[in-house]
Design a protein around this ligand. Sequence first.
Ligand code: AMP
Ligand code: TRP
Length: 344
Amino acid sequence: MSERKPRVFSGVQPTGNLHLGNYLGAIVRFVDLQQDHECIYCVVDMHAITVWQDPQELTRNIREVTAAFIATGIDPQKQIIFNQSRVSGHAELAWVFNCVARIGWLNRMTQFKEKAGKNREKASVGLYDYPVLMAADILLYHADKVPVGEDQKQHLELTRDIAQKFNNDYAPRIRELGLGEEFFPLPEPVIAGPATRVMSLKDGTKKMSKSDPSDLSRINLSDDADTIAKKIRKARTDPEPLPETVEGLKDRPEAANLVGIYAALAGISKEKVLEEFGGRGFADFKPALADLTVEKLAPINAEMKRLLEDPGYIDGVLAAGAERARAIAEPIYADVKRIVGFLG
Ligand code: AMP
Ligand code: TRP
């Protein structure tokens, strides 16, 4: 019998403004992992509506994230690309996990605190429950690895806690049904590369984000070459030349961020970048970074535009992907129902 390849699952929210942080923190890794993994990449539309989304824009953004996946090099024939709401198992398993996860665990989630802000009473229940749905996404496929940016680390730890508690709570039943010792494997986060946390171009202490009101704070995958060059030119920096060593980037968040971006785009280490640019000023470094960014993003940008001209093709990819996703998810959820004791 042939062993199955390790399985990868990850998700991106269709909330507009896909940026360089999404690309370097997550999507580049999605592409690499295709080589020796079975990959499932999900456009998480149910997560998106935890904060208000205009319906027409949501539909457009679902297609845009799908186009970005394909344009960066994910092969929709070999891997699975689909949107979450098409596979009902995500919501169903999330309900079971709502009854496994503890309120105290969710109260510790820092992303909820950041996103809800001061007015927590007005946040949606969905926003609070967001990490439980994320655990369901991953565990519904018994995924082994989850490539994400640094900001998702805590959610991955929660996913492992939920898997472990389910496995423990139902251990005798799982054994009785002959479903192995560990029904849910504990998924490993893949948080790797020199840019797992890309920072705002306007403030090196803040994460680059889709929701930052200043468009100058981020490079969008949809930006053209002139816009990219302008944003890098205007990026905040300090007056010192670049250091010779990585230690010299300490306490220089803006410099560290730009060097990290360069390293990630060029596929080299930060040390290597500083071998070339150490001792030189930003007047030298910024144009080189702008050229490299344009060189890497322009083909993706062009391919996204081309794909988006044919929404029928994109919708076909998502429909076919959902069917394949369902074929994996349904038997796993059927086992969950038996484990829990649901009839039917
Ligand atoms: P989201 O847009 O929140 O769905 O994020 C999609 C993926 O991009 C997740 O894996 C995030 O961890 C990652 N990501 C988002 N922002 C950044 C950032 N500024 N730097 C690195 N990774 C990021
Ligand atoms: N929470 C992730 C983010 O905002 C998106 C996401 C939803 C996800 N479900 C997932 C990522 C499952 C990895 C695996 O970035």
